[in-house]
Design a binder for this molecule. Structure first.
Ligand SMILES: [Zn+2]
Length: 151
């Protein structure tokens, strides 16, 4: 059983070991672990930046295999689906903000049929920008190095 933080850290290490250095320099990869109301564990991944080519099915499959072999396979890897930023709003398409928009929708709805889920941890392969610090980090209790936050 991996904690949300362990799942995120495993994903970040995988990005850093499997994405070409030149792409990593121009691209942010991010991961956010959350649980749904019926206790499904999900690891969302997103990418943004000049080198970003999106999250592919091949990448999702490879990361899932890696998680399965690293005690974090209780988290199902999913690509971030919510990549469209409102026009004129800076940083809304940053990987961290994509992750937050998608995860908030997944965990916020609570009812007798579907209790609310919970955010677990978020991280990125580079330091969060000021905008992401302001809008993302307050959703988490602990922060380390401004590129990792967890509850
Ligand atoms: Zn940002």
């Amino acid at each position: 059983m991996a904690t949300p933080l362990e799942a995120v850290q495993t994903a970040l290490a995988w990005f850093q070991n499997n994405v070409p250095v030149g792409t990593l320099a121009r691209t942010t990869y991010g991961a956010l672990a959350y649980s749904t109301g019926n206790n499904q564990k999900v690891l969302l991944i997103a990418t943004a930046g000049a080198g970003a080519n999106g999250i592919t099915g091949t990448m999702i499959d490879a990361l899932q295999t890696h998680l399965n072999g690293n005690n974090a396979g209780d988290h199902a890897v999913a690509g971030c689906a919510n990549t469209m930023a409102p026009p004129g709003v800076w940083h809304m398409n940053d990987a961290e903000r994509q992750l937050m928009r998608t995860a908030e929708l997944a965990v916020q709805e609570g009812s007798s049929l579907a209790p609310a889920g919970a955010l677990g941890a978020i991280g990125a392969t580079r330091v969060f920008c000021g905008s992401c610090q302001h809008f993302v980090l307050p959703h988490f209790t602990h922060t380390a190095h401004n590129r990792l936050a967890w509850n």
